[in-house]
Ligand binder design. Structure first.
Ligand SMILES: [Zn+2]
Length: 149
């Protein structure tokens, strides 16, 4: 997580000042940012912590999903939160049944998939960059520098 934050912040500053992309601190942007920085790196270890982390993750996913659903009913545009919540909850619940420890989640393919989903959901280049760094920093933390699948 610390590696992720240490790499993310300079990257955002560089993108903001040296490209024509400009940061826009909307409510959804901040929620996504917090989610990515704090939960992104944890996503990959869901395949071997069969106990607590998985439960916590499923719970957080459901909570985000419910917040999204409530927002949606109140006519706030939170469909994105709903989708992320459901995605997290099902990922947290199912992942350890289908993969082995440090298997598919600890790969470049997973990083790209995760980043791709983030792009589809947000269309925000900053969040995409942060998503990539936050999950990739986990691989670096595990000393896996490049593993395709
Ligand atoms: Zn790991």
């Amino acid at each position: 997580m610390m590696v992720g934050a240490a790499m993310t912040i300079p990257t955002i500053i560089l993108l903001h000042f040296f490209t024509n992309l400009k940061l826009e601190f909307s409510f959804l942007f901040i929620i996504n940012l917090i989610f990515l920085i704090f939960l992104g790196p944890l996503v990959m270890d869901l395949d071997h912590h069969a106990g607590k982390l998985r439960e916590v993750f499923t719970f957080i996913g459901l909570t985000i999903g419910i917040i999204g659903a409530i927002g949606y009913m109140m006519k706030i545009n939170t469909v994105q939160l709903m989708v992320i919540g459901i995605f997290l909850a099902s990922l947290g619940y199912m992942l350890c049944y289908v993969t082995k420890h440090r298997g598919i989640t600890h790969s470049f393919a997973f990083t790209v998939t995760f980043t791709g989903i983030m792009y589809l959901l947000t269309h925000n280049i900053f969040l995409v960059v942060i998503a990539f760094i936050s999950v990739y920093s986990h691989l670096i933390g595990d000393s896996i520098y490049f593993k395709l699948i």
